[in-house]
Design a protein around this ligand. Structure first.
Ligand code: SF4
Length: 326
């Protein structure tokens, strides 16, 4: 079995190319050895016709996906079902998180035709549910909120039956940013906490834990009908008690849906993997999270924010409807 994503990263990393070309700020960082993945993380290389159709469509419409940019291990499975998570506002991020494989540097200008191309892709793929994310655009006055809103509007116009999930940056508390995105009425507002607060300084140095929590809380306050969602990576050096505390914090911020997945190290210059969390431990986290009142929990080694997002959204909706009936 071949590992995709990490297989690609490994080959590039060997030549030192990944860090040099994609992450200039990490060049002087010490190397962290890449750990061999356990059997439960391994996935097959993509071979299906539908995978290549999805790939061709993304190329034709000049769209970026987080699936490719973040070297996601699930790409073979997701793209075979035409589930691609589109990444808007370019492929260069203004932050430099220690876990992330997306290129960093100075981004180019916003493409005003991108919202329409995203809408065309959603319509061509005939998606029941779409996840739209972005790079961080701290260089923009509104952090890219208006562009997010425009994408939501265009997708709605072109595919009124498609549910829309946005996975946004924190917008650095920029004036009116969160209001602008929420007023475009996405079905799911997702923002990942990524890790426990103790590790923010090393893992997510450009972000603030309480700012992210506040963003989620505010999205729900502005529109209680929106489902809110957040995600964590484990295996970065967090303690179990810290993960449970994050769950409590998310519930206090009225977050409905939690995802937990294993952190995978993209290159030797990225944050090392502290350990591989075993599948049984994910089950334990899942039980705890349901016990704390989340409406929906997805926790497994390969869970990512957008993995199986369409089915999970259906379950989330059903769970709310059931609650309303009682
Ligand atoms: S899990 Fe998300 S990011 Fe990964 S391939 Fe699937 S849709 Fe793309």
């Amino acid at each position: 079995m071949r590992m995709i994503g990490s297989f690609m990263s490994k080959a590039m990393d060997k030549a030192g190319l990944t860090a040099r070309a994609r992450h200039p700020e990490k060049i002087s960082k010490p190397d962290s050895p890449m750990r061999r993945k356990p059997p439960w993380i391994r996935v097959k290389a993509p071979t299906s016709e539908a995978f290549f159709e999805t790939q061709n469509l993304m190329r034709r419409l000049r769209l970026n996906t987080v699936c490719e940019e973040a070297a996601c291990p699930n790409i073979g499975e997701c793209w075979a079902q035409k589930h691609a998570t589109m990444m808007i506002m370019g492929d260069v991020c203004t932050r430099a998180c220690a876990f992330c494989n997306i290129s960093t540097g100075i981004p180019s200008q916003l493409d005003k035709f991108e919202p329409q191309r995203i809408a065309s892709a959603v319509a061509e793929l005939d998606l029941a549910h779409v996840v739209i994310t972005s790079v961080d655009r701290d260089d923009l006055v509104d952090g890219g909120a208006a562009h997010f809103a425009e994408v939501i509007t265009k997708v709605r116009e072109g595919s009124p039956a498609t549910s829309i999930e946005v996975l946004t940056p924190d917008f650095q508390k920029k004036n009116g940013a969160i209001e602008e995105v929420v007023s475009a009425r996405p079905d799911v507002f997702n923002h990942n906490l990524e890790t426990v607060p103790r590790l923010y300084a090393t893992v997510r140095p450009g972000a603030r834990y309480f700012l992210s929590l506040e963003l989620l809380n505010e999205a729900k306050r502005l529109d209680p009908q929106i489902f809110t969602k957040s995600g964590l990576m484990v295996g970065l050096g967090e303690e179990k008690g810290e993960v449970l505390q994050v769950m409590d914090d998310l519930r206090a911020a009225n977050v409905d849906f939690l995802t937990i997945g294993q952190y995978l190290q993209p290159t030797r210059k990225h944050h090392p993997i502290a350990r591989f969390v075993e599948p049984e431990e994910f089950e334990t986290y899942k039980r705890s999270a349901y016990g704390k009142g989340f409406q929906m929990v997805s926790a497994s080694p390969l869970t990512r924010s957008s993995y199986h997002a369409d089915n999970d959204f259906k379950k989330l909706k059903a769970s709310r409807e059931q609650k309303l009936t009682f």
